[in-house]
Structures are given as C-alpha cells and as structure tokens.
Write a protein that binds this ligand. Structure first.
Ligand code: CMC
Length: 438
C-alpha cells in the first residue's frame, strides 16, 4: 500500500451481512473530484473481489494530467480549463503542457515546436512498409500496423527505463502520427506521398500532406488550419477513457511505447469510442433526408432496436460535453468559411441536432450531441474522407496516451494491470474420452 493509503485518516466501513464482520477501508482524497475507497487489501481481508464490468465506479490509477467533472461539464488539462486552452493556446503548447505538467516559456515552446517538426519525417524504409497493405485498407488498420512497426525502426527510444528514451519516443509519436495518417490516405487514393514541411505548423502540415500534390502549390486555408488545431486540442486527452486505459494496461507489462500506442489506436477504432465520428457520417448517409429523421429518432428510442443515434450521449458527461460546445462554434465557423451550409448531409445533421435537443427522450436521458457529432461534420465539410475521421482523433489523442503512459512508468507504485473476474462457467468435471461422450 502506498503512503497515501496508509496516511488516509478517513475510512469507509463495509459490513459483511453474511458473517456480521466489518472492515475499515481507507478513503483517499485527490486535489479535487470524488474521493476513492482503497480496495487493494479487500481480497486479502474479505476473500471477495469487487465487481465492476465497464469500470463505472472504478478508479484504475492516480493521475495528475486531466480532470473531468461529468456532471458540471468540466474538463481541465493540468488544471487549465479546456475553454481557455481552446481559445488562447495551440496544439503544440497543449502537448507540452500535457507531457511536462506546465505551460512552456517562450524558449521552451520554440524548442518544442522545433523538436516536433524535426521528428516528423518517417524512416524511408518505413515508407515502403505501406505497400504491404491493400489500397482499400482502413486508415486505422494501417495506423495500428505502422505505429506498431515504429518499434522495429527506432531502437534508440524503446528502453522504457531510460528517461531520454521515453521523451524521444513521445516526441517521435506526436511528430510522426500526422505523417503516417496522411500517408495512409495518399496510399489509399494512389497519390504520391507528400513529405512534411518543417516550416509549417502542426495542423497546417497535416492538411498540406493530406491535400497537397507534387504538381501544384497547395495553400492551406488558415481558418481550416486553426479549426483543425482547435479540434486537436479538444481531443488531446480525456483521462482514463477506453483507449488510454488500453495504453496503460499494455504499458503496465513493460511493453515499449510504440506497441502500447498501437494498442490504443486499435481500441480507439471502435464505434463506441473514436470510431463514433465516422459512424455519425455513416448514420447521416443512412438516414438520407430530413423527412426520415423521425423514423430514426423512433428507432433510437426503441429498446428492442439496436440502433443508436451516433454522436449522442457520453459515459462521463451527463449534462453537456464542454468540448462539444466549443466544437459547435468551430463547426459553424468552418461551415461559414466554406459556404457549405447548404450541403444536404450537413443540413440533415443540423436538423437532427435540433430535433434531438428538443425530444423528451434525449432531454430526459441527458443525451446531448457529443464532440464526435460536430467533428464528423467539420471533417466532412473540410473534405476529409470519412474513413480518415478516426485517424484524426488518433493524431490528437497520441499526446494524451503517451503522457499517461509516461506518468504510469514513472510511478514507483506501478504494477502490471491484472483484473480478476466473477467466474460463472462449469464447475470441476471429469474428462470423458471421445467415444464415451453423448
Ligand atoms: N442513442 C439512443 N439512446 C441512447 C444513446 C444513443 N446514442 N446513448 C445512450 N442511450 C440510452 C441507452 O439506451 C440507455 O437507455 P436506458 O437507460 O433506457 O437503458 C441510456 O441512454 C444510457 O445509456 P448507456 O449505454 O447505459 O450509457 P453509457 O454511458 O454506457 O454509453 C455511450 C455511453 C457514449 C457509449 C453511448 O451514449 C453511445 O453508444 N453513444 C453513441 C456512440 C457515440 O457517440 N460515442 C462517442 C462517445 S464520445 C467520444 C469518446 O469519448 O470516445
């Protein structure tokens, strides 16, 4: 048990009604947010495990990185409100903050920008690696593979016990992720890869590598680059979500950071997590026209129908998602800039948003549009192909994954993650030879 638990003054009394015995469990307080009941000695003391599939009441670690209050719609990185960061900061500064715990000085910021820019190119042999994939591969499949393969190329940053290796791998992952995603896209459409340009900002460079060609100059629209930068800030970290927990769990065995982030990408891909922004667009295409919205709203409310409104609801934010508020504004800015408000799919999205926000079922269950609802629409308006949406989320979340991974590795109390279970299968039985089985 760590110092905090043994120093905990408050306790939680647990009574076992089967035996009448009581147990005192230490209560640990964070700087803000709910207290936690320390159950680490519970099994040794009581012979029982806790049971919490989906981890709705379980804190898996101690962290100083991101704070969320789902009821109040609060999200802070290292103590700074997401609204302030989205308004005044940029993605590189936010990355520095998440990794180092403090906002950079002017010099630190300049050095960090330089370092990330100068790690953005891929080992040339890795560029050939892409050719092993089918052209119609999903970019997330390519990302899982190529990011995992980084560990085969950058041996000088895979020693997790070396602080310099840890930081270099963090820089490499943040820097190379947009290059990998853009290359996956270029490969899928048969266009030549566009190499990163170190004179460009991070979001600008991604748009340049995605939409540029060697045949003509591609001028990145500054409004779109700014919007993209803001989207990256909003997605940079989100506490112990499914993919971050995956990265931590993979890393808890001592696996290298490239392999761990590849595991995070795999988890993010699912439609209940990062894949939701892609699912939003697919859903809009399925709905097809405004007059069919009521039919789908009805289906979303039907308990016997598996259909859900993609981009609505959140496990943690039960009143509103603070990122969605900012994204809504950004979404309207982008649509105005591009003058695409009259695009049928986007019109459909805006109408769906209006109806769902007024519908009793959604209002009562507090199912508001989440960040993925708006990011899907923004990306669509920017001309980003639908299957690249989740890859963009992966670019943004990489800093969160790696900051959380680093924090875990640097925590002296860290252990391999190994949950237990409630076993409900067959009890012990005798093996029968095949000729005696019925
Ligand atoms: N459409 C219709 N009904 C819904 C929806 C939805 N999108 N989301 C939740 N509900 C209903 C659900 O049927 C349940 O009803 P009841 O209490 O009558 O059984 C109630 O709301 C609570 O749902 P839940 O599944 O217990 O809530 P959860 O916290 O486990 O799920 C969620 C959260 C995000 C997985 C879910 O809301 C969902 O599937 N949303 C659509 C997918 C989506 O947009 N995901 C992106 C999440 S944000 C990005 C990220 O952080 O990765």
């Amino acid at each position: 048990m760590n110092d905090k638990a043994s120093a905990a003054k408050e306790t939680f009394t647990l009574k076992d009604n089967r035996t009448g015995k009581t147990f005192e469990l230490p209560v640990i307080k964070g700087t803000t947010g709910p207290d936690v009941i320390d159950v680490r000695k519970l099994y040794a003391d009581t012979g029982c495990f806790t049971y919490d599939p989906g981890f709705t009441s379980t804190g898996s670690c101690e962290s100083k990185i991101t704070f969320i209050d789902g009821d109040k719609g609060v999200l802070r990185y290292r103590g700074y409100a997401i609204e302030e960061l989205a308004e005044h900061s940029d993605f590189m500064e936010t990355c520095y903050l998440l990794l180092h715990g403090e906002l950079p000085t002017e010099k630190q910021k300049k050095d960090f920008d330089w370092t990330i820019a100068h790690h953005s190119m891929l080992h040339e042999q890795l560029v050939f690696f892409f050719r092993g994939f089918r052209r119609d591969a999903h970019p997330m499949a390519v990302m899982c593979g190529v990011v995992g393969a980084l560990s085969a190329f950058y041996h000088d940053s895979t020693d997790i016990s070396d602080v310099k290796h840890r930081m270099t791998s963090a820089h490499r992952l943040i820097a190379k992720m947009p290059t990998i995603a853009a290359m996956a896209y270029k490969y899928s459409i048969g266009q030549p890869y566009i190499y990163p340009d170190n004179n460009m900002g991070y979001a600008e460079n991604f748009l340049h590598m995605t939409f540029g060609t060697p045949c003509e100059e591609y001028k990145v629209n500054p409004v779109l680059a700014k919007a993209m930068d803001r989207i990256l800030i909003l997605h940079a970290d989100h506490e112990q979500n499914a993919s971050t927990s995956t990265v931590r769990l993979a890393g808890s065995s001592g696996a290298n950071p490239f392999a761990c982030v590849s595991a995070g990408i795999a988890c993010l891909w699912g439609p209940a997590h990062g894949g939701a922004n892609e699912a939003v667009l697919n859903m809009l295409k399925t709905i097809g026209s405004v007059d069919r919205i009521p039919e789908y709203i009805k289906r979303a409310k039907d308990k016997n129908d598996t259909f859900r409104l993609m981009g609505f609801g959140h496990r943690v934010y039960k009143n509103f998602d603070p990122r969605a508020k900012i994204m809504r504004r950004t979404c309207h800015e982008v649509l105005d800039e591009l003058g695409v408000k009259r695009e049928p799919l986007l019109e459909l999205a805006m109408e769906l948003e209006r109806i769902a926000l007024e519908d009793d079922y959604f209002v009562q269950k507090k199912l508001y549009p989440n960040v993925d609802f708006y990011s899907g629409i923004i990306f669509r308006a920017m001309g980003i192909p639908v299957d690249m949406f989740t890859a963009l989320f992966a670019i943004a979340r990489t800093v969160g994954w790696i900051a959380q991974w680093k924090e875990m590795i640097e925590d002296p109390t860290q252990k391999i993650g190994r949950p237990r279970q409630l076993y409900n299968g067959a009890v012990e039985r005798k093996y029968a030879p095949v000729h005696k089985r019925k």
